[in-house]
Design a protein around this ligand. Structure first.
Ligand code: AMP
Length: 285
């Protein structure tokens, strides 16, 4: 039976008992509006751990004032049904006041990595993410936490946070789940009109073309980067924010080839921001 816990002591108690029974705990933090990408994280946890916890929390501190916090989809019943089909053991579903009591002023900030690319365009975003994930790791003390490569910079920042703060949890990064046409699944895809979706498709196509060039021997990061931007700027209805080839650990732009490189893209189709990425060469995680 899947348990839904809205209160912190309740979910803590469930995890404590699972631990006391000698079970390993996997944890999948999400903002809900669950899709096959989230499901793949739950399946990975189910495969590798004895007990799986999912959290569903639309975290206000990671949204900017002009962003989509209010309209972010919250299909509670469908989300819980999906967790149930994935054989999740407990869903932590807190209200905002449960997570942020009035007067909360403590934040976790991974300096440097949080200030580039997504962080440059969304100031304060990663501070909100690292703070809520640090809190969630205290509330749901798991052995492993599962994140998607879809949010490449996010999983990198969270790995750094876990290392720097000696948090006793292992971050596992799972592959990007895509629709049949190649588009990376995202809760925000629901916002897209048919035309915007067509424009957005250029993002995964650009990544896959650059991937093909890489596989055919192209190793120059600047040339790979040029391929991305040519493809994207040539697409009507798409406003590119960044399309870069970077070092997988520092996220610095590259001038010379190296054994692993990451292509990061962010672009807007209408009002909707879309992000995607691809790793060329050896995967780091
Ligand atoms: P979100 O609910 O958007 O905060 O995402 C929760 C987790 O699901 C994050 O670790 C995301 O990286 C991951 N995720 C979102 N979309 C995908 C996808 N298409 N493939 C794999 N993981 C994903």
């Amino acid at each position: 039976m899947m348990l839904v816990a809205e209160r912190i002591p309740e979910v803590r108690d469930v995890i404590r008992r699972a631990r006391a029974a000698g079970r390993t705990i996997g944890f999948v933090p999400t903002m809900g509006a669950l899709h096959a990408g989230h499901l793949s994280l739950m399946h990975a946890s189910r495969r590798e751990c004895d007990f799986t916890a999912v959290s569903i929390f639309v975290n206000p501190t990671q949204f900017g004032p002009q962003e989509d916090l209010q309209r972010y989809p919250r299909p509670r019943d469908a989300d819980l049904a999906l967790c149930e089909t994935a054989s999740v053991d407990v869903v932590f579903f807190p209200a905002v006041e449960e997570m942020y009591p009035p007067g909360a002023t403590t934040f976790v900030e991974v300096a440097g990595l949080s200030d580039v690319w997504e962080g440059a365009i969304r100031p304060g975003h990663f501070r909100g993410v690292s703070t809520v994930v640090a809190k969630l790791f205290q509330i749901v003390p798991a052995d492993r936490a599962y994140f998607g490569q879809k949010d490449y910079q996010q999983q990198l920042i969270l790995r750094r946070m876990v290392r720097d703060l000696n948090l006793p949890i292992e971050i596992v990064t799972c592959p990007i789940v895509r629709d049949a046409d190649g588009m990376a699944l995202s809760s925000r895809n629901a916002y897209l009109s048919p035309n915007e979706r067509r424009a957005g498709l250029a993002i995964s196509q650009a990544l896959s073309e650059a991937g093909q060039a890489y596989n055919s021997g192209e190793r120059q990061p600047r040339r790979l980067q040029r391929m991305l931007s040519d493809r994207l700027t040539g697409t009507r209805g798409l406003a590119v924010e960044y399309a870069v080839v970077v070092d997988p650990e520092t996220l610095a732009e590259l001038d010379e080839p190296q054994s692993s490189m990451v292509a990061l893209i962010a672009a807007r189709a209408g009002k909707t921001r879309l992000i995607d990425n691809a790793i060329f060469g050896e995967s780091q995680s």
